[in-house]
Design a binder for this molecule. Structure first.
Ligand code: GAL
Ligand code: ZN
Length: 681
């Protein structure tokens, strides 16, 4: 793999999506002036403008875009240039209606929104390559070009397509994977319910069928669909590598998204970018955001990433769209930077006057310079300049959380499971939230990683487990790591065949347990778990565990059919230990267990779990920049090193720092071996 190229920008990125084709040329001039006033140094455009750039087939209309870019560049503003392939023009669709996507019932979706294409459509791919080449040839040498913005949020509206073209592509993908039809039949376990295939052409995408569909067919369709969009991404990357080999490429991700395997997407691009819309109505939204950002920085091994979209205030696509209170846009931006983003960008610069997004906030609200969002935008732009020293630095985290798309898909694509209630993302978020409460930012890792630099690795779920993953996890424990594995792990192999002897399959030796039966808990029922004399509620899931000798029982069921049986175990191995949770404990139970895990790893943990105070450290070779964030609405006092300096100008007096509601400090101090751990006074 080649070295990733860098964004061509010598500052933290600040700006947003800009849709100049919705505005007059006079407005562009005003926009450039106000952008400069706000400290904006980069904008993303023209994401949805293909129809304006090629109004009739083969006839390009570059004039307006040339002029917009001149106006912006004249003001010193750089461009995150979209390839304009986020949505096809109507003429392309009417010429080739077969490129419209089909839903799971096989019904074709209409034009009238965006992303109106089948990811596998050969016509679409051909046209995407043509448009991308035209954009690259036109603007590839422009000094304003900082970054290529390929497409937009792959999979946002259409991540799976069940049309005939997708069927053809799916078969090709399956041939590549299995070679022969016999191989496919073996992999899919077609002996059940008479599913044997005698011709490749008999295989279809899993459209709505008479009853539950073959689980491996469903799993392969998830894998294929992620790969189909990845191939489409690669079509554009290939063109851009050829025409503009020095310009970095990205596509904007959608945080922790089920449908696309972002490990694969990140591997082929230069810069990871994310769109993040924490809900202002949710007082704990920042806890989930921490995991999303942990994923973003981890996708390229800890390299800085970029928050490419967020809202200045309200969005317009929830049922109820609550605005951000004063200060929330600032702390949301700071949180992303704390977690490794080299900038903070928005959707969008100027609030739309018409269309689907006219009620979506923007940096420049409907009231223009007078709008609250513009005032906060200006203030944030000025503050970001003070954070210049953190650009390029990397977050230090001690905890890695395994994100495995195969297990996510396998445990959710089929209705044929012990329970539909054990939700991959909910579990991953719950485990991350516990570490948040205990004071630790979490990186994400793959199950077959080297886990270098982590003291604790947690696996909320690894439904599909391979020997390779088991070997990597075992090596981590043997050289001193603390590993925690969650329920319903090690159940099946890559083709969804149950591991011989049952769960946890290849993890059996390491964890020192055998699952005799999965024992899901009915809705509304809470059972009890006892750990070190304390009692905690568990719901959703439990397991009948049998122990291999040498395995310690840390927690037991004290109610229900499993009363008296092991629920939480630990087995030492080498100089580390592997912990297993055969249950889904309530928050307090997770906190208590993970506090012990952190203790075993020699790491600090908050005595009183905290959902409001967050601290994350980005480090250069010699300096720690510790972001301290008060996500609450009450002031908060924390302890800080006596010689720490707040880059944002706050005062550390006698080792105490007081943060107002939504307050943020960025404490610079000499780099220490251990990551600074900030606590309340
Ligand atoms: C994103 C999208 C943007 C805009 C934004 C509104 O999903 O990429 O184009 O629609 O949402 O929140
Ligand atoms: Zn299709």
């Amino acid at each position: 793999m080649t070295e990733p190229r860098s964004i061509r920008l010598d500052a933290l990125a600040y700006g947003g999506d800009y849709n100049p084709d919705q505005w007059s040329e006079e407005t562009w001039v005003e926009d450039a002036r106000l952008m400069v006033e706000a400290g904006v140094n980069i904008v993303s455009l023209p994401v949805f403008s293909w129809p304006q750039l090629e109004p009739t087939p083969g006839v390009y209309n570059w004039g307006w875009l040339d002029r917009v870019i001149e106006v912006l560049w004249g003001a010193g503003i750089k461009i995150d240039l979209a390839t304009a392939t986020a949505t096809p023009p109507s003429w392309l669709i009417r010429r080739h209606p077969e490129m419209l996507p089909h839903n799971v019932d096989g019904r074709q979706l209409e034009f009238g929104s965006r992303q109106a294409y089948c990811p596998s459509s050969p016509i679409w791919k051909e046209n995407v390559a043509r448009m991308t080449r035209a954009m690259a040839e036109r603007y590839g040498n422009h000094p304003a070009l900082a970054l290529w913005h390929i497409s937009n949020e792959y999979g946002d509206h259409v991540s799976r397509c069940w049309c005939p073209a997708s069927a053809v592509h799916f078969r090709t993908w399956l041939r590549n994977r299995y070679g022969t039809l016999e191989g496919l039949n073996e992999a899919w376990g077609v002996g059940v319910w008479g599913q044997r295939y005698t011709e490749w052409d008999h295989i279809e995408p899993p459209r709505t069928a008479t009853g539950p569909i073959n689980p491996t067919q469903l799993l392969d369709f998830e894998r294929f669909s992620s790969d189909a969009l990845l191939e489409l991404f690669q079509v554009e990357i290939d063109v851009l590598r050829e025409v503009t080999p020095d310009i970095a490429v990205t596509t904007n991700f959608m945080s922790l998204l089920r449908d696309l395997n972002y490990w694969d997407f990140a591997a082929v691009e230069d810069l990871v970018t994310d769109d993040a819309y924490p809900d202002p109505a949710d007082p704990l939204a920042h806890v989930g955001a921490a995991l999303n950002y942990g994923l973003m920085r981890s996708l390229k091994g800890g390299a800085p990433w970029l928050l490419l979209e967020q809202s200045a205030s309200a969005v317009s696509w929830r049922d109820v769209n609550v605005p951000k209170a004063p200060g929330q846009m600032r702390i949301d931006s700071m949180q992303a930077i704390a977690h490794g983003s080299d900038g903070a960008m928005f959707f969008q610069w100027r609030q739309a006057k018409f269309g689907q997004e006219k009620f979506h906030s923007a940096m420049l609200g409907h009231r223009g310079e007078e709008s609250r969002s513009f005032k906060e935008t200006k203030a944030l732009g000025a503050e970001l300049k003070k954070l210049e020293p953190v650009r390029g630095t990397r977050v230090r985290a001690s905890v890695g959380l395994v994100v495995d798309w195969d297990s996510w898909w396998g445990s959710s694509a089929t209705e044929s499971l012990p329970s539909q209630r054990l939700n991959y993302a909910v579990q991953a978020r719950a485990w991350n939230a516990a570490f948040f409460r205990l004071g630790h930012p979490v990186d994400t890792v793959r199950a077959a990683d080297s886990f270098e630099g982590y003291d604790v690795v947690v696996v909320p779920n690894l439904y599909i487990a391979s020997n390779e993953q088991a070997a990597a996890l075992t090596a981590f424990v043997e050289r001193g790591g603390q590993l925690v594995v969650g329920p319903f792990s090690g159940v099946v192999d890559e083709t969804e065949k149950v591991h011989t002897g049952g769960a946890p399959g290849p993890l059996r030796e390491l964890l020192g347990i055998e699952v005799d039966e999965h024992w899901p808990i009915p809705d509304g029922i809470h059972e009890k778990l006892e750990v070190a004399g304390e009692s905690f509620a568990v719901s959703i899931w439990s397991e009948w565990l049998e122990l291999i000798s040498g395995t310690e029982v840390l927690g037991s069921h004290t109610s229900g059919e499993l009363a008296g049986r092991a629920a939480v175990t630990r087995r030492a191995s080498g100089t580390g230990a592997a912990w297993y949770l055969g249950v889904v404990p309530e928050e307090a139970g997770l906190d208590a267990l993970f506090r012990r895990v952190l203790g075993a790893a020699g790491l600090p943990a908050r005595e009183v779990p905290d959902t409001v105070l967050e601290s994350v450290t980005r480090s250069s070779e010699d300096t720690d920049y510790t972001f301290v964030l008060n996500h609450g609405t009450e002031p908060l006092a924390v302890t800080a090193a006596h010689d720490a300096v707040d880059l944002l100008g706050g005062a550390v007096a006698d080792g105490v720092l007081v943060l107002p509601r939504y307050g943020v400090a960025v404490l610079a101090s000499a780099r220490t071996g251990a990551v600074p751990f900030i606590g309340r006074v």
